[in-house]
Design a protein around this ligand. Structure first.
Ligand code: FAD
Length: 328
C-alpha cells in the first residue's frame, strides 16, 4: 500500500476544507476504498475520515426521512422508520455484502463504491478505461456475464454494484452535498453518470464534494414495495439483476409506480419508460410485461450476458405482480 496521511474531520466544514487538498479522499467505513488502496487501484495522499459526521436518521416535518451520510448500513436497515415506511430500502441493504461489512459501511461510501469489474481491480494484467482513461478495456472482449445490458459504452461495460442505491433511486431520494462552492442537493438518479467515453468520471460530484445526507420523501400513501435480487450465491454476492419496486393500485389500476434496476447498467437504473407505460393501466401481468418490454427495448447483450435481459423482464413482472396480488 502506498503511504498516506490520515485526518479525522471535526465537522462537515472541516471535512470539505481537508477534502479540497490535492490527492485527498473521504474515508467512510473503508470497506471498498481500503481494498482499492491495497490493490493500488487508488493511491490517495490523505484520507479524511468522515465517520464522525452525521449518523442521524431523523423524521422530517413533511413525513420524509433524513439519513446522515455516516450512518452505517446496518443502522439504516434496522431503523424503525426505515423498516416501517421504506421496507424496500431495508431489504436492499440486507441483501448486500455481509453482516460485518454492513456494520462498517456508511451510506455515503455505499453510494460512491467503485465497480466490481475484475479488469478494474487487475492493475497488473488488464486494461481499464475507468482506471486509466484511454487505456482500452479488456472486459468487453472478456467474460462478460456480469456486465451491463443498458447504458454501457464502447469504453466501459461495468455495472454499478450498490443495492442501496437501487432502492434509493426507486424511492425518489435526494442527495445532500457540501463543497467548496457551498451546499446543494441532487436527485439520487442524477448522481451517477453513464460512462460514455469517460468512464473514469463516475458521478456529477465536483472534486472534494462531500455527501452529507440522503433525504427520502414521505412514503406513497397505500404504496407497497419490494426488493428482489438474483445473484450467484444466497449471500455475499453482487446482483446479477435486482429490482426495487414501489406500487400503488386503486380500483384495479396502477396509480403510481416507481421502479429501479440493479446489476444491469453502469448506474442504478430508474425504469422511467416502464413507469410511464404503466401509470393508469390495469394492474395486470399483461400490463407489467408490456412495461418491462418497453424498458428493455434498447437492452444490448454482450457475449455472455444475454440472459440478463430475460431475467430482468421476468423479475420486473414478478415484483410488480407480487405487489399487485396478481399471478405473474
Ligand atoms: C465481499 C464484499 C461483498 C459486497 N457485496 C455487496 C453487495 O452485494 N451489494 C452492495 O451494495 N455492496 C456490496 N459490497 C460493497 C459494500 O457495500 C461497500 O464496500 C460499502 O458500502 C462501501 O461503504 P464504505 O462506507 O465502507 O465506503 P468507503 O470504502 O469508505 O468509501 C467508498 C468511496 O466513497 C467515498 N466516500 C465515502 N464517504 C463519502 C462521503 N460522505 N462523501 C463523499 N465521498 C465519500 C470514498 O472516498 C470512496 O471513494 C460488498 C463489499 C465486499 C467487500
Amino acid at each position: 500500500m502506498t503511504p498516506f496521511d490520515y485526518a479525522r474531520a471535526a465537522d462537515a466544514a472541516d471535512a470539505v476544507r481537508r477534502g479540497a487538498a490535492p490527492g485527498a479522499a473521504y474515508l467512510g467505513g473503508g470497506t471498498n476504498l481500503v481494498d482499492l488502496m491495497r490493490e493500488t487501484v487508488e493511491r490517495p495522499a490523505v484520507l479524511v475520515d468522515v465517520t464522525g459526521l452525521s449518523r442521524g436518521i431523523d423524521a422530517l416535518p413533511d413525513g420524509g426521512l433524513r439519513i446522515g451520510a455516516a450512518a452505517r448500513n446496518t443502522a439504516v436497515a434496522e431503523h424503525r422508520l426505515v423498516r416501517t415506511h421504506y421496507p424496500v430500502l431495508a431489504r436492499a441493504i440486507l441483501s448486500g455484502a455481509s453482516a460485518q461489512i454492513r456494520t462498517m459501511a456508511t451510506v455515503g461510501g455505499n453510494l460512491l463504491q467503485r465497480p466490481r469489474c475484475p479488469c478494474f481491480y487487475d492493475t497488473a494484467g488488464s486494461r481499464c478505461n475507468r482506471r486509466l482513461p484511454g487505456q482500452g478495456c479488456d472486459a468487453i472482449d472478456g467474460f462478460t456475464r456480469g456486465h451491463a445490458i443498458l447504458g454501457a459504452s464502447d469504453a466501459c461495460v461495468a455495472v454499478h454494484p450498490s443495492d442501496m442505491a437501487v432502492a434509493l433511486a426507486a424511492l425518489d431520494a435526494t442527495v445532500l452535498l457540501d463543497g467548496a462552492a457551498g451546499s446543494r442537493s441532487l436527485p439520487l438518479t442524477a448522481l451517477h453518470r453513464l460512462p460514455g467515453d469517460r468512464p473514469d468520471i463516475e458521478t456529477v460530484l465536483h472534486p472534494g464534494e462531500l455527501i452529507t445526507a440522503v433525504e427520502l420523501p414521505p412514503p406513497l400513501p397505500g404504496g407497497r414495495s419490494a426488493y428482489r435480487k438474483v445473484r450467484d450465491r444466497a449471500s455475499f454476492a453482487f446482483a446479477l439483476v435486482s429490482v426495487a419496486a414501489v406500487l400503488t393500485v386503486e380500483a384495479g389500476q396502477v396509480r403510481e409506480v416507481r421502479l429501479a434496476l440493479g446489476g444491469v447498467a453502469p448506474r442504478p437504473w430508474r425504469a422511467w419508460r416502464a413507469e410511464q407505460a404503466l401509470r393508469g393501466q390495469p394492474a395486470t401481468a399483461a400490463a407489467f410485461r408490456a412495461a418491462a418490454d418497453a424498458e428493455l427495448a434498447d437492452a444490448k447483450a454482450l457475449k455472455d450476458n444475454g440472459f440478463k435481459i430475460e431475467l430482468a423482464r421476468r423479475m420486473i413482472v414478478a415484483a410488480l405482480a407480487e405487489l399487485a396480488g396478481e399471478a405473474p
